[in-house]
Write a protein that binds this ligand. Sequence first.
Ligand SMILES: *Cc1c(COP(=O)(O)O)cnc(C)c1O
Length: 389
Amino acid sequence: MSDNRSDRPRWSRRTLAAQAMGRHDAATGAVVSPIHVASTFLRDPDNQYRSGFVYGRPDNQTVREAEGVVAMLEEARAALLFSSGMAAATGVFLALKPGDHIVAPEVMYWALRKWLLTDAAHWGLATSFVDMSDADAVRAVIEPGRTKLVWAETPSNPLWTIADIAALAEIAHEAGARLAVDSTVATPVFTRPLSLGADIVMHAATKALNGHSDVIAGALATGATDDFWARIENNRRMLGCILGPFEAFLLMRGMRTLDMRVRTASISALDLAQRFAEHPDIHEVLYPGLPNHPGHAVAARQMRGGFGSMLSIRARGGERAAIETAAKVTLWKRATSLGGVESLIEHRASIEGAGSPCPPDLLRLSVGVEDADDLYADLDAALRAAHRS
Ligand SMILES: *Cc1c(COP(=O)(O)O)cnc(C)c1O
């Protein structure tokens, strides 16, 4: 855990991230911090632990350094890194108490939705699913005194619906609940949920924060190091789901280029969304950067500098044409996940399975940093070939 607010330097977040907070190794002068792999630490002869480290499960210096970058990026009081995005998200839910009520989005990351629908009940947690883009609908399902957490995801998988973070924070706080935001898709480059009133931000750091499709990691950042945060920290220690030091190192390296990666991908995503909106074989493009997207106005206010690298297209020829299109691309990679430097295409309904709100004709696109003209040409050719076949 790191606390960077007291001595926040004057450089921009982009600058600080590029230099991983300007750290260097005091012993060697190396401009990159070493990876601390030790699982245990020397006790002083007088039986004390003055270094601040005892054992590798509670924390780790390399993990702390990466947490410092995440906390800085989110303008947070503190951050914690977990062994996956799911470990980070469930870390928040498991800090609740039996009997507590959660409000979560109808459209959200499918594995987390599945966990809330099934496993969460074993911990005595009940969840109401609601349209998070509709503030009145959220207000209507809140049970004051019992609702302890509102969970939002914006833009949300895979329709990129937008939730108004500031409005939700007000609703949650009025009812004595916390607001947590899965900000994986927005990234800290475009949105800082804590500054809009959220209490906790979650990232699947597997995605854009790392950015190279080679790490599974999760992050939480908080505006206050209160009792709730202490429970989350305790759970990470007791359940043993801290991020490994090698993964923390890779994540820190990835975050050095976060700003340029996500800005480039976001510019390409907007360009592709605009061009696909005119495409004869596509009947709808879902991207919050398009003026006709239902969440555009809120997104334009809440996302600063871009609308992110995720969009979905709906094939005019239905499910068969969508699957056929994904089969015919050569440059886009046919794979799940998002936020990497390489562009991915996915027939989302196939992975989400029964009960998914995802239309069968939808292809989810994660735009990387390749040339946007190449990305357009490859997908355009696949769409046309699928239409002919
Ligand atoms: C991938 C993802 C998760 C889960 O992260 P893992 O690292 O796969 O556990 C949660 N939320 C969103 C929005 C995601 O894209």
